[in-house]
Design a protein around this ligand. Structure first.
Ligand code: VIB
Length: 224
């Protein structure tokens, strides 16, 4: 699965949003755009886990789904809230953001999997979120270790380089491997497609935030 996504995964780490985040040079407006879209994304990500919990029969999977919901809603959004508050963005503005076409594409895809598919598909659909962020978080922290203390985005990097997201990724991979053991080749291809699509959507989410792009063509960007 990871091999199938390698091209996008590596390009994703090299994209301007991530480079400039590591260097600390990313324009605040671009980061705020990202955080506002991501605040909504994280809420829906929690919803996907709630639906996963409802579909799971294995108590271990149920407990994991509950834990991630809680983590996403409480811990992760704290970092969003504190950056956005420091930029003078109010809670009301945070809750009334126009969703970008790219954020919507990603969110709708994982929500439709959560509503319509099995627990295995759900585990695969949420894996890129935890794994890509943990990987990039660690790499950014190592690559920019010397300058991180002066980087305004340090608390963002710090949050994602924590062991927790690695452990979540390892946990997901172990459970996916167990469930996929007797799957047909066709089924495995279906799951790889879900995984790679997720990694592509992660890329698109950052790239569209970098361009502060609400819609496919920048000239359609006007208020709605
Ligand atoms: C677009 C987007 N994708 C992934 C994450 C990262 N993330 C969201 S919830 C969570 C907890 C997973 O166990 C993690 C790591 C994000 N913030 N925004």
């Amino acid at each position: 699965m990871r091999k199938a996504a390698d091209l996008v995964w590596e390009e994703g780490y090299q994209q301007p949003f991530i480079r400039e985040l590591g260097e600390g040079t990313l324009q605040r407006e671009r980061f705020a755009f990202y955080l506002l879209q991501d605040f909504r994304y994280v809420n829906d990500y929690a919803r996907v886990h709630a639906l996963g919990l409802a579909k799971a029969t294995d108590p271990e999977i149920m407990a994991f789904m509950l834990k991630v919901q809680n983590g996403a809603l409480q811990v992760e959004t704290e970092v969003h809230r504190s950056y956005l508050a420091s930029y003078g963005i109010t809670e009301e503005q945070m809750n009334n953001v126009r969703q970008s076409a790219f954020a919507r594409a990603y969110t709708s895809n994982i929500l439709s999997i959560a509503y319509g598919k099995d627990i295995l598909d759900i585990l695969v659909a949420v894996l890129p979120c935890a794994w890509v962020y943990a990987d990039y978080g660690y790499r950014l922290a190592a690559e920019f270790a010397d300058t991180l203390d002066d980087n305004p985005y340090k608390s963002w990097v710090d949050m994602y380089k924590t062991d927790e997201f690695w452990q979540d990724s390892v946990w997901l991979l172990e459970h996916i491997e167990k469930l996929v053991a007797d799957a047909s080749e066709e089924r495995k291809r279906e799951l790889i497609d879900i995984f790679v699509t997720g990694v592509e959507n992660e890329y698109m989410f950052w790239a569209s935030a970098y361009d502060m792009q609400y819609t496919w063509k920048p000239e359609w960007n006007q208020e709605r």
